[in-house]
Design a protein around this ligand. Structure first.
Ligand SMILES: [Zn+2]
Length: 488
């Protein structure tokens, strides 16, 4: 007997057999039951989400002589007609018929009445592939459609359709199927086939199908004959377990800062021919999963991953911080764009993952929080009348006084810069050592303000200087502000 792929064998024959797209199915069933059929429908969504299946069921249902609440009865003369003999349902693939002649031909033939049913149904797959002139020809038909014609346009790339076509169709957006629905679908098929399986095997197949029912059954097809009772190991060996586990290991190595393992795994995966863009996306997905495992109490229910993957994710979640995960996700998102234009993608990739691996997860938000916390510790309501006694020989004393003066001046940015700095007094020079960015502001834009404050407090004979860490305060390093600016 001829072998029929699972996804064709189990293609649903009525609306009730469709998984997922409840909102679409309900609307279409109501329209058929009440006879209020639109003349053009647009089905958009990712591949394998049921667009063609629903279009076929719809085509049968509109011509069914005795539809049951919108579903085709599957018993009447029209329902039992084989696909090949049903001349009232015309399926065409726009990918192989892009030309204007085809669209014109379609327009002419659409004028003729259906032979058996009430409607002639045109199902046009991948409609975005039509040429502009073909779209124009089709548009004419859509503008003044014969009463007996229904168009169902299917597309995975709706943004490529002209607005004139969009505005003439009733649009339905198909959603990706959830993991639990895919598992339900697989269970139904395997039970009907009498195939034994483990729950983990189903979860493994459903995970790699990524929301597509057709992919799900295609993978099931490939795994089907592996062994008598389908288990997780056999599914993984069909899907290529080595790369899957390696990505998970890489994820762990990055998050735990294990640089040697990171480099080893990247090299291994790259030499196996794994595309770096795909690897990046796989990694991001793993990081997101770890974040879910770390933060959500019901992570098992949300992710629906095989138990051993879930166990590993939780182990990783225990040894890394949320900040590091967020940093990792941010960095990999940037990397995605970089990889498209990089002349040395491997270097770009290594640089990005190593940045995450060696950082402690300090993202800007954390730095900011730290600085705000420091600011909050400062005296909020300084009495403006109090005179500050400054010991001009002590850097600590001068520094403290400057801080108070800055908070009086209500200059939070300057105060922030000052917080990052250290103050020393050498001879007649007040040295402020700070980070490069703070340094450039303290020696540039804010120099006059600081100088004024120092002058007010310390009065004569003290020079204010800004420097960067580790720089010896020698004359060669003095920056433009300093040497000749004496506060008198
Ligand atoms: Zn029927």
């Amino acid at each position: 007997m001829e072998y029929l792929a699972l996804y064709r064998k189990y293609r649903p024959k009525t609306f009730d057999g469709i998984y997922g797209q409840d909102h679409i199915v309900q609307t279409l069933k109501n329209q058929i039951a009440t006879g209020k059929i639109s003349h053009a429908y647009l089905f958009c969504g990712t591949r394998g989400t049921g667009k063609t299946s629903i279009a076929k069921i719809f085509a049968r249902a509109v011509n069914c002589l005795d539809n049951e609440k919108g579903n085709p009865c599957l018993k009447c003369e029209n329902c039992t007609l084989p696909d090949s003999a049903n001349v009232d349902v015309i399926e065409m693939d726009a990918a192989s018929n892009t030309g204007v002649d085809y669209a014109r031909d379609l327009r002419e033939k659409a004028q003729y009445a259906p032979t058996k049913g009430r409607y002639k149904v045109y199902i046009i797959d991948e409609v975005h592939m039509l040429s502009t002139s073909a779209f124009n020809a089709l548009l004419k038909t859509l503008e003044e459609p014969p009463k007996h014609v229904v168009f169902i346009l299917c597309t995975t790339e709706v943004h490529k359709l002209p607005a004139t076509i969009l505005s003439r169709c009733m649009r339905f957006d198909f959603k990706l199927l959830s993991q639990s629905l895919l598992i339900k679908l697989l269970k139904g098929v395997f039970d009907a086939e009498g195939k034994q399986y483990t729950e983990d095997a189903l979860a493994g197949i459903a995970t790699s199908a990524e929301g597509s029912a057709r992919d799900c059954l295609s993978i099931a097809d490939r795994c089907y004959s592996m062994c008598e009772k389908l288990d997780y190991e056999s599914v993984m060996s069909v899907l290529g377990v080595s790369s899957r586990q390696a990505v998970l290991d890489l994820c762990k190595a990055i998050l735990t800062g294990d640089v040697a393992t990171v480099l080893h795994l990247v090299h291994q995966l790259n030499s196996q021919g794994k595309d770096l863009g795909l690897l990046n996306r796989d990694l991001s997905k793993n990081f997101t999963n770890v974040l879910v495992a770390k933060t959500c109490a019901d992570a098992d229910k949300l992710l629906l991953l095989p138990s051993d993957v879930m166990k590993q994710l939780k182990e990783i979640a225990d040894v890394c911080t949320k900040e590091r995960l967020i940093l990792a996700l941010n960095r990999l998102q940037k990397l995605d764009g970089e990889l498209k234009y990089s002349l040395a993608p491997l270097s770009a990739f290594c640089s990005a993952v190593l940045t995450v691996a060696i950082s402690g997860g300090e993202v800007d938000v954390v730095n900011l929080e730290r600085r705000v916390a420091k600011l909050e510790q400062l005296p909020q309501n300084v009495n403006h009348e109090t005179t500050i006694v400054v010991d001009k020989t002590s850097a600590t004393s001068i520094w403290k006084a400057v801080k108070v003066e800055i908070s009086r001046a209500n200059a939070p940015l300057l105060l922030g810069l000052w917080q990052e700095s250290q103050c020393t007094l050498q001879a007649d020079t007040l040295w402020v050592t700070s980070t490069p960015s703070a340094h450039s502001l303290l020696s540039g834009e804010f120099a006059p303000t600081v100088r004024a404050i120092v002058k007010k407090l310390v009065a004569k004979d003290v020079v204010f200087q800004s420097t960067q860490p580790k720089e010896e305060p020698q004359d060669d390093h003095l920056l433009s502000l300093g040497k000749n600016v004496k506060i008198k």
